[in-house]
Design a protein around this ligand. Sequence first.
Ligand SMILES: N[C@@H](CCC(=O)N[C@@H](CS)C(=O)NCC(=O)O)C(=O)O
Length: 187
Amino acid sequence: MLEKAQVNYALRAVHLAKGEHKTTEYLFVNPKGKVPALLTDTGVITETPAILLFLHGQFQHAGILSSQISTVEAVSDLSWFASTIHPLITRYCKPELLGVSHDIAAVKANAEKQLLAAYRSIEERLSTQPFWYGNSWDALDIYLFWTVNRLKRAGFSFAYADTVIQHYQRLLSDPVIKRALNKERAL
Ligand SMILES: N[C@@H](CCC(=O)N[C@@H](CS)C(=O)NCC(=O)O)C(=O)O
């Protein structure tokens, strides 16, 4: 979204597999030991919905959130992604990060079941419009894109979610997203 807003920003990689999110240095940034965190002129912002609402407030004409919707609707949708879908991604992709010592396969299988149900409802939403809120993409589309990108890499099957994959591919060919992904890869 910073790329969409065309502002100067710097990225810092935090390697979860190496436990970098639990180091003293990172816990100083986010004591909750989670990514993402955004360092701004007025302090650190954590929690994805808060970061996105902050960016929307700062860069009002950048299309961070659709101008067609109320803040309440945006918070509701962002919260659903952050509190329902996002935690399932970790359970599916990196169940070992949860500190579960037994039956990691069951944690993953349960996450898969719940993710499939969530993507079915997303399929319905996207069957009548190309993007989350209509004809142009915003932060909700990118949150969805990020989940799909992460799950695809972890081998999740989207065989029954053609519309979600079409949405993903539509975004993948967008020049703003290409630039953002290239910057991430360069890390
Ligand atoms: N509620 C947080 C969740 C962030 C989150 O779960 N991030 C994952 C990576 S995608 C993480 O930091 N996992 C490390 C851990 O839970 O130990 C948000 O909305 O930003």
